[in-house]
Design a protein around this ligand. Structure first.
Ligand code: DC
Length: 219
């Protein structure tokens, strides 16, 4: 029954690495960014302002958010693809500043964690949601490298955005995520920091596995 947390800024390679690590270990993968995105998508679809704590927190009461395999559902609707846009990048960052929403999502995330053997990816997995996790990693990469990776992602999903704009947005989002008062983006004191600039996915996984296998994951 082990929990592995992988935190870090947007574009540091968390998603690809977390999914692959989970597969290698036979663990469940939890994408908590998708939960914030899904909440933002729902707010947007109801005309709710993602910056308004009052309406956002009352929105949570009528919200059913769950995963089925790789897909995320909001009140029965599969929003997996709808949440991967530039607009949702910005709205999810805004809504993630609301403490009531964070508390509500934290409870759901811990419930999922009760089953154990989880790779949990996000911003506050090692600091807030799973402070007692067995292994904690914090991935970083230069803003330029992250913008390059994000551009490739957006291009492949058909969204045409200038590299310079992506870079600016990444820097703004880093600043917003790191400076918010609730669960700001920072590594847990006991997290291993891995700089993924210039590293491919497999090299990052090898670093993690060496650490995990060195300490032995106990089922
Ligand atoms: O990882 P991502 O880009 O899909 O996350 C979307 C937004 O949600 C991002 O701006 C930060 C926020 N987030 C958060 O505050 N806490 C998490 N555990 C995961 C994501």
């Amino acid at each position: 029954m082990s929990i592995i947390t992988i935190d870090g800024p947007a574009g540091a390679g968390k998603s690809t690495v977390s999914k692959k690590l989970a597969r290698r270990l036979g663990f469940t993968y939890l994408d908590t960014g998708a939960m914030y995105r899904a909440a933002a998508w729902f707010a947007r679809s109801r005309g709710i302002d993602c910056r308004d704590p009052k309406t956002v927190s009352s929105m949570c009461h009528g919200l059913d958010l769950h995963f089925e395999g790789k897909h995320i559902y909001v009140n029965g609707k599969d929003v997996s693809h709808l949440i991967r846009t530039q607009e949702m990048d910005a709205l999810s960052s805004a809504i993630s500043r609301i403490p009531e929403l964070r508390e509500w999502l934290t409870r759901i995330q811990r419930k999922i964690g009760e089953h154990g053997n989880l790779v949990a990816e996000g911003r506050d997995m090692g600091t807030v949601v799973f402070p007692d996790a067995d292994f904690k990693f914090f991935l970083v990469a230069s803003a330029e490298e992250r913008a390059r990776r994000r551009k490739i992602q957006l291009d492949s999903s058909g969204e045409k955005v200038l590299y310079e704009n992506i870079l600016l947005q990444i820097k703004a989002r880093d600043q917003a995520d790191a400076s918010r008062s609730v669960a700001p983006l920072r590594p847990a004191p006991d997290a291993e920091i891995i700089d993924t600039t210039g590293l491919d996915v497999d090299s990052v996984i090898e670093i993690m596995l060496a650490r995990i296998e060195g300490k032995k994951v106990v089922d």
